[in-house]
Design a protein around this ligand. Structure first.
Ligand code: LM2
Ligand code: CA
Length: 522
């Protein structure tokens, strides 16, 4: 996407905002009878999500906080899309994972009300940020019975107004070939069990039934009506490709195209490729390998056949350092989290330089135990997100008070790298080199280098490397941000590139440096 397009769009949208405001004011003065959620759906920003786009998973961000974050931070720094946590009514409880146990498709949850959700989507769209919703549609609750967050009284296999037992695999007639089991998946290599038994005991929807598919599609279409651009399909592997493809076919278009899908198909590049007819897949193996890149295998940081083989087509692959699950995984699944301090920041900056897929950054909150959800008020709603105060928010912290949001979107280096990625656009990687733990490469008008060493080697590494850039003086966007020069000087590190395109750079362990044409001083 070009910035030109984005600016032009914002001017167009401001007209829509004015109309929206006029309607809201009319509502308050009593000329509109009900105070229903705003009906005027906002316009989804134009353009597809591509390898040039930057996405961020805003894990467990309450709608009220996301609304202002879109307007004041995510939009202005040109984040293209965000992935938000599941918005539907869920079971109650202090754990974050209650959101993965739906009890109805009402949009009132601990994350906020439908009205707050709608206002958030409008604000994000108006700021040029697409909203991708985490859609939990393979199952409903595991919990046997109770009252959901929005007061829906349910029992397992019976959710008023939506589903009864005949809509679940466990409730189908025994003669029905789809009634395979009413118990948990025990063998994850049996494809029939994977789609027909219960993931962790969660009531498994009979997604082969046309009526069930339509009920799910109605929920997703409602979200599209509110201005949502697409979906992360939770547990896609457990829905199965045929059923998910049928549901995809029932959805309303977004800007004339099918809504965006990124599917949790969890497999190798080969397995995942079958799903790309519906949209994108997560590069599951890459996430673990990513941890290793910062654990000694610096050669993986540049194009290598080993990595290319597991990645699949970049145009259909979402790459990530972490997500909410891997952040909480045990040592059997290597991952990099906010607790890894500078390594997390360096890895996230590197993700934005990597041409091998569509980057999705991850930002959550600091927690005491892996089950802990955000702090709730007396009605169960999450308190507004709190970022580290003032200049502290500009960098990755060594430790966060429990419950504080990590707020990666506010880091100077991330803002700089978002600008860098948009500038280099589709330019391929050239001049790729690894020297010890220092990896560097050129992409078009940009240069990136990282010291992936975990231990200080005499404080830092100094190397003369080929940048591939024209002779000149450049301002590093990681220490200086998206606009890294001011008053003829660099805000952060200054790097001189000689007439051969070479530069002497110094990098402390787990730090990176990035130069580009927009931040050339002279
Ligand atoms: C996902 N992707 O495909 C989500 O990313 C993942 O976070 C979800 O699991 C999973 N699929 C199901 O939607 C989370 C969480 C689980 C939690 C479930 C259901 O990681 O720990 O399971 O949501 O809330 C919880 C308990 C578990 C229990 C289960 C059923 O942690 O011990 O299993 O509920 O009662 C008996
Ligand atoms: Ca299933």
């Amino acid at each position: 996407m070009t910035y030109f397009g984005k600016r032009a769009r914002q001017i167009l949208l401001s007209t829509a905002t004015v109309i929206g405001l006029a309607l809201a004011v009319a509502g308050q003065s009593g000329t509109v009878a009900t105070a229903a959620p705003r009906l005027a759906a906002s316009v989804v920003p134009a353009g597809a999500i591509t390898t040039q786009s930057v996405g961020m998973q805003m894990f467990m961000w309450p709608w009220v906080s996301l609304q202002t974050e879109c307007t004041y931070v995510l939009g202005p720094e040109h984040i293209d899309w965000i992935m938000v946590s599941p918005p539907q009514e869920d079971i109650t409880g202090p754990q974050w994972w209650t959101h993965y146990q739906p009890v109805s498709y009402s949009l009132n949850s601990q994350l906020g009300t439908e009205r707050q959700f709608t206002d958030m989507v409008s604000a994000c769209n108006d700021a040029g940020v697409k909203v991708i919703v985490d859609a939990v549609i393979n199952h409903m609750s595991a919990s046997n019975s109770g009252v959901g967050f929005d007061n829906t009284a349910y029992t397992k296999y019976s959710y008023p107004g939506l589903y009864d037992s005949a809509d679940f695999h466990a409730g189908l007639a025994t003669i029905d070939p789809n009634n395979y089991c009413g118990t948990r998946i025990s063998n994850f290599s049996d494809p029939f069990q994977v789609t027909h038994c219960e993931l962790l005991g969660l009531s498994d929807l009979a997604t082969e039934k046309p009526s069930v598919r339509q009920t799910i599609a109605d929920y997703l279409n409602h979200l599209i009506d509110l201005g949502v651009a697409g979906f992360r399909i939770d547990a896609a592997k457990h829905i199965g490709l045929d059923d998910l493809t049928a549901i995809h076919g029932l959805l309303n278009p977004v800007n004339g195209q099918p809504p965006y899908f990124v599917q949790e198909s969890i497999g190798t590049a080969r397995y995942n490729s079958a799903w790309t007819g519906n949209g994108d897949v997560f590069a599951w193996d890459y996430q673990a390998l990513f941890a290793n890149m910062f654990n000694g295998q610096a050669n993986y940081l540049i194009s290598s056949p080993v990595v290319n083989n597991i990645l699949g087509n970049p145009d259909n692959t979402v790459i990530m350092v972490s997500n909410h699950d891997t952040e909480r995984s045990d040592s059997s699944h290597p991952t990099i989290t906010y607790e890894d301090y500078k390594k997390y920041q360096a890895a996230s900056e590197f993700l934005l330089a990597d041409p091998r897929g569509k980057p999705m950054l991850y930002t959550g909150y600091s927690y005491l135990t892996k089950d802990s959800g955000p702090t709730q008020d007396s009605s169960g709603f999450y308190l507004p997100a709190t970022c580290p105060a003032g200049s502290k928010a500009a960098v990755q912290q060594k430790s966060y008070p429990v419950g504080t949001y990590v707020c990666m979107e506010r880091w100077t280096g991330i803002k700089g790298m978002i600008q860098w990625r948009h500038e280099v656009a589709s330019a391929p990687q050239t001049n790729a080199a690894v020297s010890g733990k220092l990896a560097s490469f050129t992409r078009g008008t940009g240069f990136f280098a990282i010291n992936a060493s975990q231990t200080f080697i005499k404080g830092s590494l100094t190397k003369t490397v080929k940048t591939g850039l024209p002779k000149g003086t450049y301002c590093d966007v990681i220490s200086g941000g998206a606009t890294a020069k001011r008053g003829g000087k660099c805000i952060g590190t200054t790097v001189v590139v000689d007439s051969k395109g070479k530069a002497k750079i110094t990098l402390a362990s787990m730090t990176a440096l990035a130069l580009d044409k927009s931040n050339k001083l002279k």
